[in-house]
Design a protein around this ligand. Sequence first.
Ligand SMILES: Nc1ncnc2c1ncn2[C@@H]1O[C@H](COP(=O)(O)OP(=O)(O)OP(=O)(O)O)[C@@H](O)[C@H]1O
Length: 283
Amino acid sequence: MLKIEHLRKNYDSFSLDCSLEIMQGCVTGLIGQNGAGKSTTFKAILGLISIDGGTISILGKDSQEFGAKDKQNLGVVLSDSGFSGYLTINDIIPVLDHLYGNFDKPFFVEQVQRFQLPRHKKIKEFSTGMKAKLKVLAAISHDAKLLILDEPTAGLDVIARDELLEMLREFMEKDEERSILISSHISSDLETLCDDLYMIHNGKIIMHEDTDVLLSDYALIKVDHKQYENMDKQYILRYKKESYGYSCLTNQKPYYMENYPQIAIEKGNIDEVITMMIRGKEL
Ligand SMILES: Nc1ncnc2c1ncn2[C@@H]1O[C@H](COP(=O)(O)OP(=O)(O)OP(=O)(O)O)[C@@H](O)[C@H]1O
């Protein structure tokens, strides 16, 4: 659906070099701290910024050949754009209808009612959650094959985030050929929605893993100095010195559980894995 190889973009104090692939029928998450390069990647995919190297293939086409007609197959949410605040939902319905050949007006209107979005109120008077839901709703209402969603849950409370994730799950359930690329710095959102996750840091992809594998095989091992010295470290990805000795991140939990039954092995959540990948040291 989407393949990026060594996409490069250089700013004065930042350089991006990113490769990733989104498979058909999958939800892929891009997770990273503020300034890691998520929005730059999304803008490059959409041709909104020039790039300094690499290739981008979307829905089987090189991004250079990806025209206005092809864009009908994309549903896009960007973090720093949205509808004009002076419009109402009633104003934007004909706009979406005109813009997208496959705009499903009955579905859109039904979802507007379901999420209690006011149709006559100016969008500038909407809450953050209402604006976010409207942006996602517009992206999922024209039978897009690929959704590209940059931080769609940013600034939302738990309930609004959950409703938004539910919209995306329902979108995926309707057609097994659909795919989503979604970014967030809230790992719990991505953990429940995504099939696989890419972690970006300082413009580089530092990890790519199936979410299931991440949750089942990654673990934090806590050892004292002696245990650390005697431990087989071939499956240790990162380590960090602690007051009691060391904490180590592994992607082979079963190996350490089997061979070192006496040491403390904790199932790491995604935030802990990210923190270790970024702040821990490589052997
Ligand atoms: N137009 C620009 N000119 C110069 N530097 C830029 C420009 N756009 C982005 N950057 C820099 O590129 C880096 C990556 O920014 P980007 O917006 O891609 O990060 P992000 O991962 O989306 O972060 P956030 O979660 O804060 O939105 C940052 O250091 C930012 O300052």
